[in-house]
Design a protein around this ligand. Sequence first.
Ligand code: HEC
Ligand code: HEC
Ligand code: HEC
Ligand code: HEC
Length: 318
Amino acid sequence: MKRASWVALVVVAQGFGSIVVAEEWDPDTNAPNLASGGIENTRHNMTMSYLSGAHRATMRIWRNDYGEVCVYCHTPHGANTTSGAGMPLWNRTVNPSLTYQLYTDVIATTLQMAGDQTASAPGPASLTCLSCHDGVTAIDSIINMPGSGNYRASQDEIEDPGFLAGWSADTFENLDLASCASECHNPGGSPFDFYPFVIGAGTDADGNYVAPVGTTIDLRNDHPVGVLYPTATAGSPGVDFFPMDVLIPDRYAFFDDGNGRADKYELRAYDSGQGYEIECASCHDPHGVPDAANIEFIPSFLRVDNTGSALCLTCHDK
Ligand code: HEC
Ligand code: HEC
Ligand code: HEC
Ligand code: HEC
């Protein structure tokens, strides 16, 4: 419904008959989403605003435009080693005072593993995503802004609006969830309902995001993360789950197509010291995964297209 009306809006704005426009602005993503372009064609290109015409510049006043795609997440030097252990050259603030309520807190006794398992905590391959999708950390809160002299070590754990405001040229608004969600990234907000953003937020009766209270992020209504995947060394593989093919201790286990490599289209479980666990990046690749025809990305950064529940059925033997 919302997606359809968005496409209509774009077409009207550009003039009727512009079927090309509808293709350009993918209805599933509001982004071009063409696999040929790489991550810059996805919604993880924070330098872009996927609105048409003059609105394209809208995001400019709402976050620092660093003019680079990777820098919102990675840095070649000065990466986060304090809270960012196990994260790939991570350039983002990872707030250690946040705690996460996980799905298993509610329903631990029904889980299928041998013995009850209690999810530990989101591992590094979830905390990366949560450093934006938690609803409290600004998307431009990074340690090493482009150019020299724009580095602040303490940004690894503490977001410093003063430091971020030092970025030139932009009218800076340090956005928290309430601001991000007030107009645009909000299921109830129209017409800019770029809704799929905050995982750790609740919604009110109108469907508007409600910011997390205090430092507790509620993931109890999300697919569990920080849970063990049954392997030969934990749980009972093959009973309710398909066993993963390759197990590399201290790294990951994955379903393999035979080349012995964890390809981006292969689901995986991460071992950050507690065994192979499901994390956000088990199902999603934040850089986008081309579809079988290599034309568009699979929607929602999924590693496996979920048509016919194919993603779910890669792991769950149901
Ligand atoms: C929105 C955040 C984000 C952006 C933007 C981003 N990355 Fe990543 N990148 C990640 C995350 C998260 C991981 C870890 C994925 C995992 O756990 O498997 C990662 C992993 C990687 C890795 C190591 C693992 C692999 O998949 O090869 C490389 C290399 C990498 N990114 C390069 C890049 C480059 C180059 C760019 C810019 C063109 C970029 N990334 C942009 C989030 C991002
Ligand atoms: C990468 C592997 C993987 C994928 C993909 C996956 N799951 Fe899971 N899922 C798990 C694991 C591991 C658990 C925790 C199971 C446990 O401890 O019993 C789990 C738990 C669940 C539970 C809770 C079970 C309970 O006992 O409360 C449900 C329901 C579920 N998954 C549904 C889905 C659906 C629907 C999809 C597709 C959208 C999906 N899963 C995709 C691995 C996966
Ligand atoms: C630098 C901040 C940042 C990081 C880190 C990040 N995201 Fe995002 N993500 C965003 C923004 C901004 C959007 C666009 C939201 C919108 O348009 O409403 C987005 C959109 C998405 C979407 C919806 C895409 C669509 O086309 O519908 C998914 C799924 C997603 N992110 C998953 C992840 C996962 C999983 C990770 C970690 C592997 C991650 N993100 C890391 C900022 C981030
Ligand atoms: C077991 C697989 C799995 C795991 C683990 C998982 N996701 Fe997802 N996620 C999905 C699927 C499938 C969708 C697409 C849902 C849809 O199309 O309605 C999705 C959608 C999303 C979206 C878009 C929201 C929307 O309403 O469409 C975001 C953002 C996202 N995930 C972020 C995350 C983050 C952050 C984590 C870790 C805390 C995570 N995901 C863990 C499977 C997973």
